[in-house]
Design a binder for this molecule. Structure first.
Ligand code: GRF
Length: 217
């Protein structure tokens, strides 16, 4: 039996995507082990979720490090020590730097609340509303050195209604995030992703005809 993939989740706040990952493991939807949660904020609710689920958590303050390279180098060491093979950023409010990216090439993924390449950076949902987009959504992508620029793995979409505000749209997008993040982890852990240039291909992908707003994963 090949060893189970160990993942780490990096989160700065509420951690609802982290919870979706925990739930997907519990439900048997994904066959991976969360080796640890790392947070850069002592107040992150994600830390409570880790405790509740019996998952090791590390609070790693960036201020304790001389610079960002040192910070990310230390994170890389902690994760290598634990045998982590995939890093999942889930509301981690920092731009990951080279020492971690080089230690985990195409092994760091992120969830972003917009349909990339539109609306990178903060407040993707409000940016979609302000732009007048009629369809919005979320993206799981590999992390490179840019901000939300890495190869796209999965996306899901929802309508933007005329009476939507940031809260209502964010909630609908979040429901989709909780579906596609576990799905992307499943694809990675089953070795079904391959990369050519910046294009990710999915082996044995489910195909559906027509226009899909919320894919059945
Ligand atoms: C999500 O909207 C995610 O797309 C973005 O940050 C938010 C994190 O939410 N990167 P949560 O902490 O997982 O609840």
């Amino acid at each position: 039996m090949p060893e189970k993939l160990k993942i780490a989740v990096l989160a700065s706040g509420r951690g609802s995507n982290f919870q979706a990952i925990i739930n997907a493991i519990r439900d048997g939807y994904i066959d991976v082990e969360v080796a640890c949660l790392i947070s850069d904020s002592p107040k992150a609710f994600a830390l409570n979720r880790a405790k509740e689920a019996g998952i090791e958590s590390l609070y790693m303050a960036s201020q304790k490090h001389a610079n960002a390279n040192d910070y990310y180098g230390t994170i890389a060491t902690e994760l290598k020590d634990r045998g982590v093979g995939l890093i999942c950023l889930a509301g981690f409010m920092r731009i990951v730097k080279k020492p971690l990216i080089d230690a985990y090439p195409m092994r760091i993924i992120n969830i972003h609340p917009a349909l990339l390449p539109s609306f990178t950076g903060l407040d993707g949902q409000q940016k979609a509303i302000d732009y007048g987009a009629k369809i919005a959504g979320c993206t799981v992508h590999f992390v490179d050195e840019g901000v939300d620029t890495g190869p796209i793995i999965v996306q899901a979409a929802t309508f933007v209604y005329s009476d939507d505000d940031e809260e209502s749209l964010s909630q609908r997008i979040l429901n989709l995030e909780h579906k596609i993040y576990p799905y992307a982890i499943k694809l990675f852990s089953e070795g079904r992703l391959s990369l050519k240039g910046r294009v990710v291909s999915i082996r044995d992908e489910k195909k559906e005809d027509g226009f899909i707003i919320s894919p059945r994963l």
